[in-house]
Each structure stands twice: as structure tokens, then as C-alpha cells.
Design a protein around this ligand. Structure first.
Ligand code: ATP
Length: 238
């Protein structure tokens, strides 16, 4: 019987994803293979439209590929039922979206507490925990406001707090520093690496921001829906 490598968090084989039909049919992903191990902080970089967001969505159980398999935490994701997939996303994955996806009618603290409330943690306890994470991202003072009162960068920090509040095994972030200034972006990514990453967890980040490259343990380059090359994290960049 083949042995399962318990250190592999995500293994994707032959992932292909098409959008549109007829003449406008586009291959967003073409036969992508990727292996991600616990303890890694991987960046996916590449030009706009190269398939980075599509790849994150497929790996995290949000978007069904047209071909290929994703094994995540030993589960064959795209064979799971809708309920099983939802449970996988809730219990194993933290996802910070590029455009935040905050709920406008909830306060900032309630937005951060959502993953805990969905896990049936008592409301007051969930809000208390959310406050701790808001403090970490420097937004405790904004806890009772609706997200619309916050700047883009602040909303991004709320999205990051919500992605990590449930202490997920796999943290996925799409352009987490896009609307942050250089110092804040570096501080947040450095914090996430220090506090979230360990030998039982891993982090996957899509970014255009070379100011945070030094935190990566591995950088994967995408082009035209394919993973082109990879390099070790650049620890020597200044
Ligand atoms: N829902 C969709 N419907 C149709 N086409 C789509 C959809 N989502 C993505 N695409 C197309 O798939 C390709 C890959 O898009 P994707 O958003 O994954 O790229 P990206 O590398 O994340 O780009 P960016 O850096 O600009 O966010 C692009 O050609 C895009 O236009």
C-alpha cells in the first residue's frame, strides 16, 4: 500500500480550468501541478490574468476545475459533497480575498468573528476572540464600525484578521498587501509568518508585491495559466 506523506498539505495534479464558451473560451489554468508542504510559505507571482486567483480558488475548494485532482489534508476535494466541501473550507482553510468580501451590515468585529460563529462558538466568546485579532492587526478601535467606514487598507487588515481567527491549517491570501503601504504590508506579512506558520500549518499567497518576497520560503511563477518555474525564497533581498 502506498504510504501517505503526512507533511503534504496540498497536492494538485493536472489542474485545468476554462472560462467562457466558443471564441471567448479561455484556459485560465493549463495542466497545473503543485505540491505544498506544511511549514511552507509559498508565493504565486505572475502577470495579471495569468491564473493566480483561479488557482487559489481551485486549491481552496471554492472553484471546481474542469480537469485534475486536488488532495488537501488527505481529502480528494473535488469528489466531496457540497456539505463536506463547506466543512473543509470552514475547518481547514483561512481565505483572505483580494477584494475583502466583508459583510456591510455587520460590524468589523462581527465580520472577524464569522468563522468562529459558524463553528458554533458562543457569540460573546467569538467577539472576544475577534477583538484579540483586531488588536493584532491594529484595528481594535474600529471594532464597532461598519466596514464601509474603514479605508481600503484597513478593510484588508480586517479580512486578514478574519482569515486567521480560526487558526486554520492552510492560510490562503490573495494580494494581501495590495492596498497597504510598504511598512504596514511588511509588518502584516511578517506577523502572519511568525504567528501562523509552523510545522503543522502552511501559507499560500498571491502577490505582485516584491517588497514582501523575502518572507517566502518558495516562489512559484505563473504565466498563461501554467506554473513556469520556481525558486527558493529570497532572503537576501533588501
Ligand atoms: N469568472 C470568470 N469568467 C470568465 N473569465 C474569467 C473568470 N475569472 C477569471 N477569468 C479569466 O481567467 C484568466 C485568469 O484570471 P485570474 O483572475 O485567475 O488571473 P490573475 O493572475 O489572478 O490576475 P490578476 O493578477 O489581475 O488578479 C484571465 O484571462 C481572466 O480574464
Amino acid at each position: 500500500m502506498p504510504t501517505i506523506d503526512t507533511k503534504i498539505a496540498i497536492k494538485a495534479d493536472g489542474i485545468t480550468k476554462w472560462f467562457g464558451e466558443g471564441e471567448v473560451r479561455t484556459a485560465a489554468l493549463r495542466d497545473v501541478n503543485l505540491e505544498m508542504r506544511f511549514g511552507e510559505m509559498i508565493y504565486v507571482v505572475g502577470p495579471s490574468g495569468s491564473g493566480k486567483t483561479t488557482l487559489l480558488s481551485v486549491l481552496s475548494g471554492i472553484l471546481r476545475p474542469d480537469a485534475g485532482t486536488v488532495i488537501a489534508e488527505k481529502m480528494n476535494l473535488w469528489t466531496l459533497t457540497t456539505d463536506e466541501l463547506a466543512a473543509f473550507r470552514l475547518n481547514k482553510i483561512g481565505f483572505a480575498f483580494q477584494d475583502y468580501h466583508l459583510f456591510p451590515r455587520l460590524t468589523v468585529a462581527e465580520n472577524v468573528a464569522i468563522p468562529l460563529i459558524l463553528k458554533h462558538i458562543e457569540w460573546d466568546k467569538a467577539i472576544e476572540e475577534a477583538m484579540k485579532y483586531l488588536e493584532i492587526v491594529g484595528l481594535k478601535g474600529r471594532a464597532n464600525l461598519p466596514p464601509v467606514k474603514l479605508s481600503g487598507g484597513e478593510q484588508q487588515r480586517v479580512a486578514i484578521a478574519r482569515a486567521i481567527v480560526g487558526q486554520p491549517d492552510i492560510l490562503i491570501m490573495d494580494e494581501p498587501t495590495a492596498s497597504l503601504d510598504g511598512d504596514t504590508g511588511r509588518a502584516i506579512v511578517s506577523f502572519v509568518k511568525e504567528k501562523v506558520l509552523n510545522e503543522n500549518r502552511c501559507i499560500l499567497i498571491v502577490t505582485h508585491d516584491s517588497r514582501i518576497y523575502e518572507f517566502a520560503t518558495r516562489i512559484l511563477h505563473m504565466e498563461d495559466g501554467r506554473l513556469r518555474s520556481e525558486e527558493d525564497g529570497r532572503h537576501d533581498e533588501n
